[in-house]
Ligand binder design. Structure first.
Ligand code: G
Ligand code: G
Ligand code: MN
Ligand code: NA
Length: 252
């Protein structure tokens, strides 16, 4: 049932939407971009989580149309923000998507057709996605990076971490998983992990985003620790595209 529903949705495109969660520079709190997050509300099934939608799509061969719908919609929206000049959009990519031999070409076509400069697109990959595509994906990732697209490791520290990724792949950013942020600043082990991730990232020349920042105390702590970008409910929740369009227009 859910498979048929997704198929119909991709043909009609009515129940699918992207929400955008703003991300902020740690130093001056200015908005530097947003992460695109898939939302699917079905007439009978109600709201289906993005993880479930992606997993169904991967199982029934719909991940290509779904993934390219997300990519195109995110690039089209971002081309309007600040006139397509400065705000970067981050898009999550699943394992099967990266494994598509057409991926590079399709992404470059979308950027050109939607008029978004490559450096304003960031692709978020989890450690699991990287692990499943280490050989086939490495070439694609190097080409994407050479063409100016930014690459980030999402949920850093929660997957089958291999520091080999950091040595071999042209990553630009680590996103500290929110499970390490949740108990800050009280919990000693979380503090140690955050300190270590920031040191590792910076010594490799990568930027660090802290995810899941829910309190001002966590934000202050993460700024002091040297995180570059902050994301979380304390600043803003994911919001529908029109609302984000208005927000970025009013931000300096
Ligand atoms: O927004 P929310 O917290 O419901 O997202 C849950 C999870 O779904 C997150 O891990 C997020 O990375 C993932 N997700 C959201 N949108 C997309 C998408 O467009 N593609 C993929 N592959 N994952 C997504
Ligand atoms: O796995 P990924 O990092 O892509 O997941 C992003 C998800 O995290 C989004 O679905 C978003 O709704 C959720 N999220 C964003 N900010 C916060 C936060 O401050 N707290 C919690 N619990 N979830 C958040
Ligand atoms: Mn993400
Ligand atoms: Na994450």
């Amino acid at each position: 049932a859910i498979e048929q529903a997704l198929r119909a949705e991709l043909e009609q495109g009515t129940g699918l939407a992207l929400h955008y969660q703003p991300v902020f520079a740690a130093n001056d709190q200015s908005m530097v971009g947003a992460e695109a997050l898939l939302r699917w509300t079905h007439a009978e099934l109600g709201s289906v989580s993005p993880l479930e939608a992606v997993s169904v799509a991967e199982d029934c061969g719909l991940i290509a149309p779904l993934g390219y719908w997300v990519m195109r919609t995110a690039c089209r929206d971002a081309a309007q923000w600040k006139g397509g000049k400065s705000l970067r959009v981050a898009v999550n990519i699943s394992a099967r998507q990266l494994g598509d031999p057409q991926f590079l070409e399709r992404v470059m076509d979308i950027l050109r057709e939607e008029g978004l400069p490559a450096h304003l697109l960031e692709i978020e990959l989890t450690e699991t996605v990287l692990m499943e595509n280490m050989e086939a994906g490495a070439h694609t990732l190097h080409r994407l990076s050479q063409l100016g697209i930014h690459l980030a490791i999402d949920d850093f520290g929660t997957g089958y971490s291999s520091l080999a990724y950091l040595r071999q792949l042209p990553m630009r950013r680590l996103k500290i998983d929110r499970s390490f942020v949740k108990d800050l600043p009280g919990q000693e082990h979380s503090r140690a992990i955050v300190t270590a991730i920031v040191a590792l990232a910076h010594s490799l020349g990568l930027q660090v985003t802290a995810e899941g920042v829910e309190t001002q105390e966590q934000a202050d702590y993460l700024v002091r620790q040297g995180c570059d970008v902050l994301q979380g409910y304390v600043f803003a929740r994911p919001m529908p595209a029109p609302q984000f369009l208005a927000l970025q227009a009013s931000a300096s």
